[in-house]
Design a protein around this ligand. Structure first.
Ligand code: CLR
Length: 441
């Protein structure tokens, strides 16, 4: 434990150490899948989808060859690939500059969606996924807390930050596009090295940010060139300091020249503009120090970033500086990212620590990953039947379903309803008490 750490950082550090959450994660994460190329039968999406216009994804029965070998719980874990942005934010004194890094983090998760035209496995009710990185010093748990509508809750924790929230998407296939709207909110707590100054003037050790994810849509299905787009306005609020940023992610147009573009302005609690943010969510995000007040029009905002050629490493120099850069994409099955490849890894060290509900143990998804597509399809059918039978049984016994690790509450700061991580997962894991937490596969 470093001497300069704040009390709340020390507390989190102690929790991580005491609960021995990294047990099982001794091996470095894998860098490849068992197979090097995927020979899934090539399917024409439009041929199958055209009869399903107006439907949402949960009501479509699609062949397993439309799937990729990840689950939506794991896609939620993919949000924190670039978690170093949060640690970097924590090292900064100026809350408005911290906001620049938190905003880049919120936008960085979309980079992994490119070229991933496949359906992640819909988690079974009660399915969980844990993921720890010793090298990055975080732990994460996600759980499918509702089946209809599908909701996945997650909570990731590290010494200097927490990231939590839910994935609840409303989907609709419109023919021209397949649209996904996010209903839930994401929250991020940062524990800055030197604390934060709250809007009421007091010093605090932890600050809270929240935002809503932007829309995702798959376009070009009809034309045989399906492409993922993410667009809309994302407003990130620092509820503690009052700083705020509005980021516009441009919708991909016909000519695709606006594809991936984003721009926004960070302003402080008094309404002063402090930083312009801009770039592309698939490659790089820059920022630049600005001043003034009032809304900047779109043109001005974009020009702040686009026309500046110089680039510096000192944020206060007035030149634009690089905040984030996407990792190179490997050539692997399902176009997974290097980070996503690591998620479903299982080995003899980890196995004894996992609960029976962990995605890594889900047989259909494992079969898919290893290229056994017929088995994947049969097993998918079987576990879904098992889920249906369990629901019937609950109905007959008039039992209400209760998630294991999350509880739905009103957020103490923002008043939104959210899924609070109960925290006992890691204590139970350490004491090897996870064995009886569910039989869903
Ligand atoms: C986008 C980033 C968000 C979480 C999220 C939720 C739902 C995901 C979406 C992301 C990416 C696109 C997605 C979608 C569910 C289905 C859709 C994976 C990860 C795919 C592309 C639809 C494929 C359509 C099939 C018929 C082929 O933080």
């Amino acid at each position: 434990i470093e001497e300069t750490m704040t009390e709340s950082q020390v507390l989190m550090q102690k929790t991580l150490v005491d609960q021995e959450s990294f047990l099982g994660y001794e091996n470095p994460p894998r860098s490849r899948l068992a197979m090097d190329s995927d020979d899934r039968p090539k399917v024409g999406l439009w041929g199958i989808l055209k009869s399903m216009i107006g439907k949402d994804m949960t009501k479509m029965t699609l062949p397993v060859s439309f799937n990729e070998c990840t689950s939506l719980l794991q896609r939620l874990a993919e949000d924190i690939e670039y978690n170093d942005l949060l640690s970097r934010a924590a090292a900064i004194d100026d809350s408005t500059l911290r906001m620049v890094y938190v905003t880049a983090f919120a936008a960085s998760e979309y980079a992994s969606t490119i070229d991933r035209i496949a359906k992640p496995f819909n988690p079974l009710l009660g399915e969980t996924f844990e993921y720890c990185r010793k090298d990055q010093d975080f732990r994460l748990v996600s759980e499918q807390v509702s089946h209809h509508p599908p909701i996945s809750a997650c909570c990731a924790q590290s010494v200097k930050w927490d990231y939590y929230g839910e994935n609840a998407v409303d989907s609709q296939f419109r023919g021209r596009s397949f649209d996904f709207k996010h209903l839930g909110k994401m929250f991020c707590a940062i524990r800055p090295d030197k604390g934060a100054l709250s809007k009421d003037g007091s010093r605090v050790e932890e600050e809270l940010y929240s935002w809503k994810k932007v829309n995702t849509s798959v376009v070009g299905i009809m034309l045989g060139n399906p492409t993922v787009d993410n667009y809309g306005t994302m407003e990130v609020t620092n509820h503690t300091t009052g700083d705020i940023v509005r980021v516009d992610m441009k919708q991909r147009g016909w000519k695709a020249s606006s594809a991936y573009q984003l721009s926004g302005v960070v302003s402080d609690a008094k309404g002063n503009n402090r930083w312009a943010i801009g770039g592309h969510w698939n490659s790089k995000i820059f920022a630049k120090k600005i001043s003034g007040s009032g809304e900047l029009d779109k043109k001005r905002r974009e020009s702040l970033i686009d026309t500046v050629e110089d680039s510096s490493s000192d944020p206060y120099s007035g030149s634009k500086f690089l905040v984030w850069q996407a990792a190179p994409r490997p050539k692997v099955p399902f176009n997974l990212t290097q980070f996503a490849i690591t998620l479903n890894e299982i080995n003899d060290n980890l196995k004894p620590w996992l609960p029976p509900t962990d995605t890594r143990l889900r047989p259909d998804q494992r079969a898919m990953e290893d290229g056994r597509y017929d088995e994947a399809s049969e097993e998918k059918h079987r576990v879904e039947e098992k889920q249906r039978a369990a629901r019937k049984k609950r109905e007959i016994n008039r039992e209400a379903y209760k998630p294991n690790w999350f509880i739905k509450l009103k957020h103490p700061v923002t008043n939104d309803s959210y899924w609070k991580f109960k925290g006992d997962y890691w204590e139970k894991r350490k004491n090897k008490q996870l064995a009886g937490c569910g039989d869903i596969f």
